[in-house]
Design a protein around this ligand. Structure first.
Ligand code: NAP
Length: 243
């Protein structure tokens, strides 16, 4: 048990999720991270979080598997007693042109990027309703707002998260729970390291650089901890990529 705010970041071991975890720890939260398989990265992130004074642990489970989610969220609640901030961040891409896209790629992305938010939020919202407070931030994408060729599965999942965010915001506002989304543009992480056409993207980005994970993390921290009168929003953080 702890007197500090407790934050759970799914996919918090690498990339954007790791940056969110570090930013929330710097702001005084005890941060719990989840990851899928890369234990080495998760352990390293937990060490960095502990160095910031956070009572941190990592939990390995597949956010697209409801039974694993339920089992692990129950363990986290037993250990920490409360969850004040949930960042539904874990996500994957399985890009292909729609005409070639098989059901395997469709289901993998919908389950990992969208159904996961349903599974993870369910037990966490039950707890936040008892607490009568909490903040949820869902990691969408600009492609969920505007679409992208080769990403019908990913765009659908990320658009779904925006609808999920707005509906939960309306259902849970009276219980003291705020729900928002962040829609990142082109952010430098493992997910984007093999993308081509970087020069083409640069031409379209008014701020003339790829985003850094910390750019997203600062917005997540703002929405989670500071934005007391903001709920139901999807905030684009994309250097002006799409205006
Ligand atoms: P990343 O570097 O590939 O990191 C993904 C993280 O999610 C890792 O911690 C990974 O764990 C975890 N993860 C993946 N599948 C999981 C599963 N089934 N269960 C639990 N954890 C899982 O990705 P990123 O670029 O930081 O992206 C983070 C989020 O931002 C994603 O939702 C992504 O769609 C979104 N986003 C990214 C960009 C971008 O340009 N990078 C733009 C818009 C939106 P392991 O380390 O164990 O694999």
């Amino acid at each position: 048990m702890t007197d500090k705010k407790v934050a759970l970041v799914t996919g918090g071991s690498r990339g954007i999720g790791k940056a969110c975890a570090l930013e929330l720890a710097k702001a005084g939260c005890d941060v719990v991270i989840n990851y899928a398989g890369n234990s080495e990265a998760a352990e390293k992130t937990v060490e960095e979080l502990k160095a910031l004074g956070s009572n941190s642990e990592s939990y390995k489970f597949d956010v697209s598997n409801q039974a694993e989610v339920d089992e692990n969220i129950a363990k986290i609640i037993e250990k920490y007693g409360r969850i004040d901030v949930l960042v539904n961040n874990a996500g994957i891409t399985r890009d292909d042109l729609f005409i070639r896209m098989g059901e395997d790629k469709w289901n993998a992305v919908i389950n990992t990027n969208l159904s996961s938010a349903f599974y993870v939020s369910k037990p966490v919202v039950k707890l936040m309703m008892k607490q009568r407070s909490g903040a949820i931030v869902n990691m969408s994408s600009v492609v969920g707002l505007y679409g992208n060729p080769g990403q019908a599965n990913y765009s659908a999942a990320k658009a779904g998260l925006v609808g999920f965010t707005k509906s939960l915001a309306k259902e849970l506002g009276s219980r003291g729970i705020r729900v928002n989304a962040v829609a990142p543009g082109f952010i430098a992480t493992d997910m984007t390291k093999d993308l081509g056409n970087v020069d083409e993207y640069m031409k379209m980005i008014p701020l003339k650089r790829m985003g850094e994970a910390v750019d997203i993390a600062k917005t997540v921290k703002f929405l989670a901890l500071d934005a007391d009168y903001i709920t139901g929003q999807a905030i684009q953080v994309d250097g002006g990529l799409i205006i």
